[in-house]
Design a protein around this ligand. Structure first.
Ligand SMILES: C[S@@+](CC[C@H](N)C(=O)[O-])C[C@H]1O[C@@H](n2cnc3c(N)ncnc32)[C@H](O)[C@@H]1O
Length: 326
């Protein structure tokens, strides 16, 4: 399925160049005026003119190019797109330490998303599991304790650091970007792919799901959780959001200000319609096995009484178990 995406404009003027050329050409103009009043020597006068012409040329060219960029439709050319940084990298680098410290008991994870996602796991004893987007390695630890062999990957170097601290050499841990092919994983080498709350940050589900299908053995499980598409759509009226969803049926970028992991961090993610989940699974050769809309456990009430009423009445996370079709 093809999506429109609200990308930044094709070209941006470097603010530093703009500021420098604008200030310098203004100084040059003032110099020329001063010259009229005071009278400079010919060499100084020529030097001032040259500086004015050169810097002003840069300024005018930059303004012209930025105007052209403004007229360009808001989709990045491929070469620029390839250079795009993973959308959530900075945010997770910023909160990695607090995330690691709080994730075990954080109400939304420990008593809402995690029980639902874990309930989808089959017996993992002796199975090879890929924890895709492992964060500080809490899921990987649970899998290891249940007797699985684990490969854990994440884009954030700090998250990888905390995963290594938590798991030691019990798991294979490496930095990897899920937006790129998983060349380091062999075909049919994994029994289960588990990806908890990571796909919100991945633009191209078709490519990633195909990669998961390639590395999974026949009949293997692909289990993932995601913020509920309905909730992501409804937060449109939340004034804390910088970029709000506009068209439910498009893939869009949204921002949330997270206050739950230390100092507030703006987290950017993708919002997509529910139908996409199944279209992408289907086109990568998966069929849906089970779907859960997570509901809080009683412990949530004790840990976070303020949010209890909200989370027990409205959708928060969607958890899916799919299987590779034979
Ligand atoms: C909400 S955390 C979930 C961590 C872990 N799965 C858990 O549930 O505890 C999201 C994780 O996805 C990782 N992530 C985001 N974009 C990624 C990408 N393009 N490739 C790999 N990991 C990514 C982040 O670094 C972060 O550790």
């Amino acid at each position: 399925m093809d999506f429109e995406l609200n990308c930044p404009k094709a070209r941006r003027v470097s603010p530093a160049v703009l500021k420098y050329s604008f200030i310098s050409s203004s100084i040059a103009i003032i110099n020329i005026k001063l010259n009229d009043i005071i009278g400079f020597s010919l060499i100084i006068r020529n030097w001032i003119y040259l500086q004015f012409v050169f810097l002003h040329a840069i300024f005018v060219t930059e303004m012209f190019l930025s105007f052209l960029a403004f007229l360009t439709p808001g989709v990045l050319p491929l070469s620029e797109r390839e250079k795009e940084k993973p959308i959530a990298l900075e945010a997770y680098e910023a909160m990695a330490e607090e995330f690691d410290a709080r994730i075990e008991t954080k109400s939304y994870n420990a008593y809402l998303e995690r029980p639902a996602t874990l309930s989808l796991l089959p017996d993992v004893k002796g199975k090879h599991v890929l924890d895709a987007g492992c964060g500080p390695g809490l899921y990987a630890e649970i899998l290891l304790d249940r007797g699985a062999t684990v490969t854990a990957i994440d884009i954030s170097p700090k998250m990888i650091h905390f995963a290594k601290q938590r798991l030691g050499d019990r798991a294979t841990i490496r930095r990897a970007n899920l937006e790129e092919p998983l060349d380091f994983m062999a075909d049919n080498s994994v029994d289960i792919v588990l990806s908890s709350l990571v796909l919100d940050y991945i633009k191209n589900w078709n490519s990633l799901f195909s990669e998961f299908s390639r590395i999974l053995r026949d009949d293997g499980y692909f289990i993932f959780s995601n913020e509920h598409p309905s909730t992501k759509w409804e937060v449109r009226d939340d004034p804390r959001q910088k970029r709000r969803p506009e068209n439910y049926f498009n893939l869009e970028i949204v921002d949330f200000l997270w206050r739950g992991f230390g100092k507030p961090v703006r987290v950017t993610s993708y919002r997509r319609p529910l139908s996409t989940f199944f279209e992408c699974l289907h086109s990568a050769g998966f069929h849906l096995d089970k779907l859960i809309e997570a509901q809080p456990t009683e412990d949530f009430k004790r840990a976070n009484p303020e949010d209890w009423d909200k989370v027990r009445r409205r959708p928060s996370f969607i958890c899916i178990r799919a299987r590779k079709s034979l």
